[in-house]
Design a protein around this ligand. Structure first.
Ligand code: NDP
Length: 276
């Protein structure tokens, strides 16, 4: 079975359009992009386009690669004070000379739409959160929409970044799955993945996970996005696994559209929490 993220994202955006039409004031999202990374530019472009479609006010802050840490931080502090902006997203990765962790702490916790500040992550760990990182939230929605039960199931998350792997593991645990986190130092990775009911791939390794990594009963969520030399997009999942596993999310058309849908949903939620 193919888990269609595009159709679900469309449904989420349509529901949101109705909710947005009932608001007194448009929610505002600021997207900050530093540098010339072509994939990041594409992602930012589709985020802004979706804001336009939904009638969410968007502000693109496009900064040159040479921007300093102090300059970027002062821009974020200004955005925190801007009452037209409810949500702030810094497109990652930042160029190497930035201390990303420090940059992310400058976003007010009330506007931290991807849940990356220490306060947001702390709230997620304690279960006291009202929203969470967009991509893992999208994965949970995709599983729920396909009636894939998580309670008591063994979920393996491959990857432990603060933006995908870690919040993913926490959200799965909140759904009462038993969670194993794997990473680049995990020995005999396939020992874990092949025994899992659910595998979330967020290793960022193009088509790395071949059929041998999974049981035929596994549900596989592919978070990875890569552009192959012929221009086509693919995920971390190797095509040899497509016919073997019980269900998988495709790339493109799986998790990617849901990340954008949850960015819009979280922006709406932050605007409501900020009293709009
Ligand atoms: P990071 O590079 O920050 O993290 C990758 C993680 O995978 C690390 O924890 C790393 O381990 C682990 N890892 C790398 N190689 C292996 C391996 N061979 N075996 C096991 N673990 C491995 O990436 P992100 O979390 O930011 O993103 C992951 C992927 O998801 C990327 O392809 C990215 O483009 C994509 N992405 C897609 C989104 C979407 O909307 N669909 C949104 C965000 C990201 P270690 O910690 O030891 O280094």
């Amino acid at each position: 079975m193919i888990l269609n993220g595009r159709a679900l994202s469309e449904q989420i955006l349509q529901d949101l359009t109705i909710k947005l039409s009932l608001m007194n004031r448009k929610p505002g999202l600021a997207v900050v992009l530093v540098g010339e990374d072509s994939a990041s530019k594409v992602y930012v472009g589709s985020k802004l386009k979706t804001c336009e479609r939904l009638g969410i006010h968007s502000q693109a802050v496009l900064l040159p690669t040479g921007t300093t840490q102090a300059n970027l931080e002062s821009i974020l502090i200004e955005l925190n004070q801007n009452s037209a902006i409810d949500a702030i997203l810094v497109q990652l990765p930042l160029p190497k000379h930035f201390n990303s962790r420090e940059v992310l702490q400058k976003i007010s916790a009330k506007k931290d739409v991807d849940g990356l500040s220490y306060e947001s992550l702390g709230r997620l760990v304690t279960g006291d959160h009202q929203w969470a990182a967009c991509t893992p939230s999208g994965v949970i929605a995709l599983l729920q929409a396909n009636q894939i039960s998580l309670k008591g199931k063994h979920a393996v998350v491959v990857g432990r970044s603060n933006i995908v792997g870690r919040p993913m593991a926490l959200l799965l645990e909140k759904e009462n799955a038993t969670v194993t986190i794997c990473h680049s130092h995990t020995e005999n990775l396939s020992n874990y993945t092949s025994r899992a009911d659910l595998v979330v791939l967020a290793a960022g390794q193009a088509q790395y996970f071949t059929a041998e990594y999974f049981s035929s009963e596994a549900v596989v969520i592919d978070v990875g996005i890569h552009r192959l030399s012929d221009g086509t997009l693919c995920g971390d999942l190797h095509p040899s696994a497509f016919d073997k596993v019980k269900a998988y999310s495709p790339v493109p058309g799986g998790v990617g559209p849901l990340t954008i849908a949850f960015l819009m949903k979280n922006t709406y939620l932050l605007a409501k929490l900020n009293g709009k």
